[in-house]
Design a protein around this ligand. Structure first.
Ligand SMILES: [Zn+2]
Length: 180
């Protein structure tokens, strides 16, 4: 998915995890969730620069053609690493063991989980990297055209709105049972 959809999903996870917290804490949590939801794509930045440069373009120029035939390039390691669910899983078990909150890990891992089916070719994710098992997704909706980003962002925003209405309801119920 596109980076904004990922960020919104991260914010939704924060909204759910911090539903009973104060408004400033929830606001801060949304930003953290949004950042963590989008952050795994930063792992692809070095590969992006290198592929553009070797194709004779300026490093910051993005062109899907640069990504053809680079499936096995070692420059993809950063991408595979940040899109692996294995490390978040290990961290999750550790966090639970230490009785620490895990929603930030969930926000990070939501990215790779969504990407599994929405990435093909060079972008195919490797859910348990470095273990074998690269998965060829169904399609690359994020690289199609801005109209698809708009659709995906709209769906994400509507879901966020619904979740915030739901958690608001939770707070109202929580406070009313508190008064009794
Ligand atoms: Zn990604």
């Amino acid at each position: 998915m596109d980076v904004f959809t990922h960020a919104i999903v991260g914010a939704i996870i924060a909204e759910l995890a911090l539903w009973e917290k104060s408004l400033p804490q929830r606001k801060q949590g949304r930003w953290i969730g949004a950042f963590l939801g989008a952050a795994p794509d930063l792992g692809a930045v070095p590969a992006h620069f290198v592929f553009s440069w070797t194709a004779g373009d300026w490093p910051w120029i993005y062109d899907p053609a640069h990504w053809v035939g680079v499936e096995n390039s070692m420059w993809m390691v950063g991408y595979w690493f940040t899109h692996s669910l294995l490390f978040p899983l290990i961290a999750f078990i550790w966090f639970r063991h230490k009785e620490m909150r895990t929603w930030m890990l969930c926000a990070w891992a939501s990215h790779a989980a969504i990407d599994i089916l929405s990435h093909t070719g060079a972008w195919s994710t490797w859910p348990f990297y470095p273990l074998p098992g690269q998965i060829e997704g169904v399609a690359d909706p994020w690289s199609w055209s801005p109209i698809w980003w708009l659709i995906s962002i709209t769906i994400a925003l509507v879901s966020w709105y619904s979740v915030s209405v739901m958690t608001m309801q939770w707070r109202v119920n929580y406070e009313s049972t508190d008064d009794e």
